[in-house]
Design a protein around this ligand. Structure first.
Ligand code: UT7
Length: 336
């Protein structure tokens, strides 16, 4: 079986309308704009409406990616949706989106890997194409993280935002598109970033709710250290597999958790800080959705041209890490 390549042939995102600023958080918890900006770089984030769930954000993001790719929904063979905030345990959120967008010929599944989810989903989707299983795969990441955040815990609640991003993957020449990837898992650190209750282990009871065990818990300092040590390692691993050096990278599209992590990663990789795209200031941390939201941001600003080497990096709950090296194949946005 001869392998073909797989590339990103369409990008889209969707942001809820409501903006939650640091000043808004100052009125709700014991925090300050100065603390949030100096410790994270976050100035504002988006808040999903009461009646908006992950699928509601994913649907317009997917439609924009399809429109950008010039692909009809019926041409999609598989929908992969990654999220830590699915609409339900089941059915998969991917199935709800598949039906809503009219991807009538597609299979659909959810995939979970914390904030690294988009890297895992993109790699999985690309390999379905490379092996000839499907021509077009829709990879979506969508989160309503503000819904699982503990709005009384100032150490976490100010960090998160809602949103969705999507890509259409399609076939290409073998030396284009996804060139290489590296994925890792360190499950021994699973308790550092966890929603303790609400899964199969612990049901949500009034006692659980009173103790906020149905909310996201994070040991931020420990996660920070795992991230800044792990990112250069996973990035170099992926680059080596593509036989590329850090100097070959055009831009880095990384999980948006903290400006200090973006800057430290640039420094440790030895690339200019402004090559690491930052959207954390305006969108906060939107978990798995942050990578495709960031990609759509730089793409629609005309920041990518065909031939660019894009390094994707994710890290988060698991603890997981992932990196993917892509030779970009779309022309500058607006030029096609
Ligand atoms: O997306 C998945 C991966 N997640 C991440 O990558 C997150 C990684 N971690 C981080 O980004 C950072 O650790 C945080 C932004 C979460 C926290 O920053 P930090 O510099 O590690 O702060 P800290 O947790 O060590 O807390 C420092 C101080 C503490 O006070 P004391 O003990 O020094 O008196 C906290 O109580 O800051 C206090 N603090 C706050 N103060 C004002 C914590 N949160 C706040 C707040 N406002 N919102």
């Amino acid at each position: 079986m001869s392998l073909r390549g797989a590339t990103i042939c369409g990008v889209g995102s969707y942001l809820p309308e409501q903006i939650l600023t640091n000043a808004d958080w100052e009125r709700m918890v014991d925090t300050t704009d100065e603390w949030i900006v100096s410790h994270t770089g976050i100035r504002e984030r988006r808040l999903a409406a009461q009646d908006e769930a992950s699928s509601d954000l994913a649907i317009p993001a997917a439609q924009r990616a399809l429109e950008d790719a010039g692909i009809q929904p019926e041409q999609i063979g598989l929908v992969i949706l990654t999220t830590v905030t699915p609409d339900h345990f089941f059915p998969a959120t991917a199935c709800l989106v598949q039906s809503a967008i009219g991807a009538t010929n597609a299979g659909a599944m959810d995939l979970t890997s914390g904030c690294t989810g988009f890297i895992y989903a993109m790699v999985a989707g690309a390999n379905f194409i490379r092996t000839g299983g499907y021509d077009y795969v829709l990879v979506i990441a969508s989160e309503v993280l503000t819904r699982t955040a503990d709005w009384a815990d100032r150490a976490t609640c100010v960090l998160f935002g809602d949103g969705a991003g999507a890509t259409v993957l399609g076939p290409c020449e073998p030396d284009q598109g996804l060139l290489s990837f590296a994925l890792s898992s360190h499950g021994e650190h699973g308790d550092l970033l966890i929603m303790p209750a609400g899964g199969g282990r612990t049901r949500v009871t009034p006692e659980v709710i009173a103790q906020h065990q149905d909310c996201l818990k994070m040991e931020g300092h420990d996660i920070f250290k795992l991230a800044v040590r792990g990112i250069p390692r996973i990035a170099r691993d992926a680059l080596a597999k593509a036989q590329l050096k850090t100097s070959d990278i055009s831009v880095v599209v990384m999980h948006q958790a903290n400006q200090r992590i973006l800057d430290a990663s640039a420094d440790r990789l030895g690339i200019e800080r402004d090559r690491v795209i930052s959207t954390v200031g305006k969108y906060g941390n939107s978990s798995a959705a942050s990578v495709p939201m960031c990609l759509d941001d730089v793409y629609r600003r005309g920041g990518l041209v065909a031939g660019d080497i894009v390094l994707f990096v994710g890290f988060g709950a698991g603890f997981t890490l992932g990196a993917a090296v892509v030779r970009w194949t779309l022309p500058r946005f607006g030029a096609h």
